[in-house]
Design a protein around this ligand. Sequence first.
Ligand code: AMP
Length: 216
Amino acid sequence: MRLIFLGPPGVGKGTQAALLSEQYQIPHIATGDILRAAMANKTPVGLEAKSYIDAGKLVPDDVIINIVRERLKESDTKSGYILDGFPRTIKQAEALAKTLEQSGEKIDRVLYFELAEEELVKRIAGRRSCPACQKIYHTIFNPPPQEGICTCGTALIQRKDDRPETVKERLTVYRTETAPLIQYYKEQGLLSQIDADSRVDEVTRRVQDAVFQKSS
Ligand code: AMP
């Protein structure tokens, strides 16, 4: 099962992808997580990506396409994966299609998560992440058992790009660069729309319905 999770920042894609990844035992490939790990390790890619990420801009297509191509060569992707945060431009989607075509594979379903912008801003403002295991919390909707601390014991942080000034730019970038993918995948008959304006468990149920419909 090869899935793409598409939607604006803060919609809950990462939370849902982590849950589904565990249920189906397929890797959750989040390009944002890969880039943040590269930044933390100060690799050449991480150093290049930092200025884009901190400004709420997209990392250049070539950089991200190479990262995903390499990741998809790893053996754990053989029975499928969830792509979260990729593709984010039409150019990335076309590069992915080409890579898959070369190996005779295809995307099974694209889940498009939808939520009003004022709700997105609220969700992002309360989002806290674990810099060690990448687990995501929300101060109100999904708090950790111990305030400010991940279940793995690490202190939670607010991502620099989750601060209000940067969020505005990320939403603009989403509307101009990423939203055209909705039509792109709709035309290919791959899109399932998920109303993300509910509790985590209810959205999970909708995700499972969309994926199950496809696989049954
Ligand atoms: P995310 O964790 O998905 O919100 O991604 C955080 C940041 O990483 C984005 O705002 C971009 O700067 C960068 N990024 C992640 N995925 C991509 C992508 N597919 N294309 C370009 N930039 C990306």
